[in-house]
Design a protein around this ligand. Structure first.
Ligand SMILES: [Zn+2]
Length: 411
């Protein structure tokens, strides 16, 4: 058994513990307490917290870091990304694989222990396994005029294979977005979800103003792009509703689906999502990068919606550090309690991805996936401090081999 003591312990399930300790045995948390103990490894001026959860990323796009600059217009950014992705016809190109592998290492080094990874190629599956990074892998389908949605999903399910629903790597099928997936394909994916009770799905929803226009009137840049790509379907009629209402009416949204982005969600959307139990995954840095605006974070929390955070891919964000994402969330939501933001980046993401029994809090029985962050001596509000943008140099993983914190260079 290893016992770690630190100035602070942040169990997430309860208030921060001053001078607490955590015992880990056989990879599981055995106890967390503030009673005096002997024989603990003293981490000093640090806070022990559960590994962070990045609920939305696309590790296979890591090779696109910095390739397309920030945009003020979403469709311009999309067109540039599509062009960049065409440069490598082979999804297993060594450039793509090496960048994805480095992305996983980068996420780990910044304290992330569980990811929700969206992939169109499944190229990241062996890389996540090799790195022992726990993950919900979403095999993402697109098809606005797909001929046989059931066959598409059948093929996807076969490709996803038989990763156990309680393993460290759990694969599911997911639709991309309302403007790129037909109602029939949504229905087929939902049917697949129904027949796999342990599965979780996800969808990009309410990201851009162009998506709002497309669903309201069937017009605008999304329709133009679908026409250009030969992907338009004359059978599709604009629902005349918001993205949330549209997918709720299709029966797609519930507590097993993560709605990613939500920049355009209004109060009615949020009330509906709260009633459905759907988690909203906010990716505020990416939203700004691609030119869709800022998510209404304070409204998410004020309306009582479940919230998680994601970095999105390195194509639209500078790093995979969830602490940097949290710092941006703090800037956008200055009135959201620090504890709520930290809970979203840990338990919120773990629960949304179907890993609440393993990750997200420091509680006896859960995985000993713990990190320590160096904090200044006598830090006033340790939760608020964790929202200031923690760098990897101040983060260490607690495991049997390395209980020493790296030397600090920032405090
Ligand atoms: Zn995404």
């Amino acid at each position: 058994m290893a016992v770690y003591r630190a100035e602070w312990v942040l169990p997430v399930a309860e208030a921060p513990i001053r001078g607490g300790w955590v015992a880990v045995e056989d990879g599981r948390i055995a106890a967390v307490s503030s009673t005096p103990t002997s024989g603990a490894t003293d981490l000093g001026s640090a806070v022990i917290l559960p590994a962070l959860v990045n609920a939305h990323t696309h590790l296979e796009l890591s090779y696109l870091r910095g390739v397309v600059p920030p945009s003020s217009r979403f469709l311009d950014w999309i067109a540039a990304i599509m062009a960049a992705r065409r440069r490598y016809a082979n999804p297993h190109d060594p450039v793509i694989v090496a960048a994805a592998r480095a992305g996983i290492e980068e996420a780990h080094a910044s304290g992330t222990g569980l990811v929700g990874d969206v992939t169109n190629t499944l190229v990241t599956v062996p890389l996540l396994l090799e790195a022992s990074m726990a993950a919900r892998v979403f095999y993402e389908l697109l098809g606005f005029n797909a001929d046989d949605p059931a066959a598409r999903v059948f093929q996807a399910r076969a490709a996803v294979g038989a990763h156990p629903a309680d393993g460290d790597l759990r694969c599911s099928v997911a639709p991309h977005a309302p403007y790129s997936v037909s109602p029939g394909l949504f229905a087929a994916i939902r049917e697949d979800l129904e027949s796999h009770p342990g599965d979780i799905s996800t969808v990009h929803l309410g990201e851009s103003p162009e998506e709002i226009e497309f669903l309201a009137h069937g017009t605008g840049p999304w329709r133009d792009l679908l026409m250009t790509l030969g992907a338009w379907s004359d059978a599709w009629k604009a629902p005349g509703s918001s993205p949330v209402q549209y997918l709720a009416d299709l029966g797609f949204l519930d507590s097993r689906v993560l709605a990613v982005h939500g920049v355009q969600f209004d109060g009615e959307d949020l009330a509906r999502l709260r009633a459905l139990g759907t988690t909203v995954v906010a990716c505020p840095r990416s939203n700004r990068y691609v030119g869709v605006g800022d998510p209404p974070l304070e409204a998410f929390y004020a309306m009582g919606v479940k919230v998680a955070f994601g970095t999105d891919s390195l194509a639209s964000v500078g790093d995979l550090n969830m602490f940097t994402e949290l710092a941006q969330a703090r800037r956008l939501g200055p009135r959201v309690p620090a504890r709520a933001l930290l809970e979203s980046a840990t338990l919120g993401g773990a629960a949304a991805l179907g890993f609440a029994d393993e990750f997200g809090t420091i509680e006896a029985g859960k995985r000993g996936a713990l990190i320590a962050v160096r904090v200044p001596a006598n830090v006033g509000d340790v939760e608020e401090y964790l929202l200031t943008g923690i760098e990897p140099a101040a983060i260490s993983w607690l495991d049997s081999e390395s209980s020493q914190l790296p030397a600090s260079n920032s405090q």
